[in-house]
Design a binder for this molecule. Structure first.
Ligand SMILES: Cc1ncc(COP(=O)(O)O)c(C=O)c1O
Length: 361
């Protein structure tokens, strides 16, 4: 299999004085959720489909699901990998929204799947055009992919939009894969809708990463039992067991879910205000206020490409942002709104200094 480098993830390894390239919130310390780990804990696999205790925590967060709807994985990343390996075959058609986080489409392309896009329209608050989805679906479409809440835009589909897209998937006999990694970051405090209520062909992936903990590497696939069973068969060949220690931490995190969400929202609200005020003062930047997530995705009115702009910002000003081109949208920058302290204000001031020296389009 030939697979292209995942540009964003390599870019995020660059060193920077001010690192605002990522898409998550300032990380929790282990002691914030689990003050003591019993040293007699055996360092074994978790049960390969996930422990009852972890599944119960997820059933509280996703009302209406049962244990047989859940497979625990090593992060959303493995959940997406397992799902793609389970449902896709070379020659299938895959319809994804754009912009979005490149993982699932990069994998699908490497598997010989034909990837097609429908656009989220910036001038309509990053909403999809349901008619465009209907036009682009065909008898070979195996998966419709949504990144909801969306990374990088932070837009959240309405319940009606989710229902309409679910119906399209159902009619076409396609799966509706909703990457729900940003669950818990919705600014109105309401979890974004998922396809689970609308179609048996709906499947959701996610993790505890965006609650503030990427190192437990605990995620999930939620879907109808026969699909989950097939995904479990696949998991025996990918990682077999997720981390047992990670599972203990994830249980503690989900046990404090509401409190952690409140902490995270306070961080993102403060930063979104800072970013909003900055954009308002600039003639060369504009944006749509996100509904969720830990990123803003402003567009700029300069001719320079987003990779070149980010490279210059890093080398000349010591600031790491992520280029819009890595999400399928040029002339945009993804700016992290999950940091604490004055990092964002300082990064924006340096970005403004660089942009002042650039010619407008
Ligand atoms: C939409 C989306 N999906 C998946 C991932 C991978 O997350 P995880 O740490 O759960 O593997 C990310 C990480 O940024 C993401 O933004």
């Amino acid at each position: 299999m030939r697979i292209k480098p995942f540009r964003l993830e390599r870019w995020l390894l660059r060193n920077a004085e001010l690192d605002l390239g990522g898409g998550g919130v300032s990380k929790l310390r282990l002691g914030d959720v689990l003050p003591s780990l019993d040293p007699d804990t055996l360092m074994k696999y978790g049960r390969t489909d996930g422990s009852d205790e972890l599944k119960e925590k997820l059933m509280e967060w996703f009302p209406g699901i049962e244990p047989e709807n859940i497979l625990i994985t090593s992060g959303t990343s493995e959940a997406n990998l397992i799902l793609n390996l389970t449902v896709l075959e070379s020659g299938d058609h895959y319809l994804t929204e754009n912009p979005q986080y490149e993982q699932t489409t990069g994998l699908a392309k490497a598997m010989g799947v034909k990837v097609d896009e429908f656009q989220l329209r910036e001038d309509d608050a990053w909403r999809p055009d349901i008619e465009e989805i209907k036009e682009k679906i065909n008898p070979q479409t195996r998966v419709i992919f949504l990144d909801n809440p969306n990374n990088p835009t932070g837009a959240v589909l309405t319940r009606d939009e989710m229902k309409a897209i679910s119906e399209i998937a159902e009619d076409a006999g396609a799966y509706l894969h909703c990457d729900n990694a940003l669950r818990g970051s919705e600014l109105n405090g309401e979890p974004a809708s998922t396809p689970l209520k609308f179609t048996e062909r709906g499947v959701v992936t996610g993790s505890v990463s965006k609650l503030g903990a990427t190192s437990p590497r605990i995620g999930w696939i939620i879907g109808e039992p026969s699909l989950i069973e097939r995904c479990w068969v696949m998991k025996d060949y990918t990682t077999l067991g997720h981390s047992g220690l990670g599972e203990a931490v994830a249980i503690a995190i989900l046990g404090k879910r509401e409190q952690l969400i409140e902490r995270n929202l306070q961080i993102s609200r403060t930063n979104l205000k800072t970013l909003g005020e900055w954009v308002k003062k600039r003639l060369d930047f504009d944006w749509r206020q996100p509904d969720a997530g830990f990123t803003g995705f402003p567009k700029y009115e300069h001719g320079i490409g987003s990779e070149e702009l980010c490279e210059r910002l890093l080398t000349e000003k010591g600031v790491l942002l992520s280029p819009g081109s890595f999400f399928g949208k040029e002339q945009h920058l993804r700016i992290n709104t999950g940091s604490r302290g004055g990092a964002l204000a300082e990064a924006l001031s340096r970005l403004g200094g660089l942009a002042d020296g650039l010619s407008m389009r």
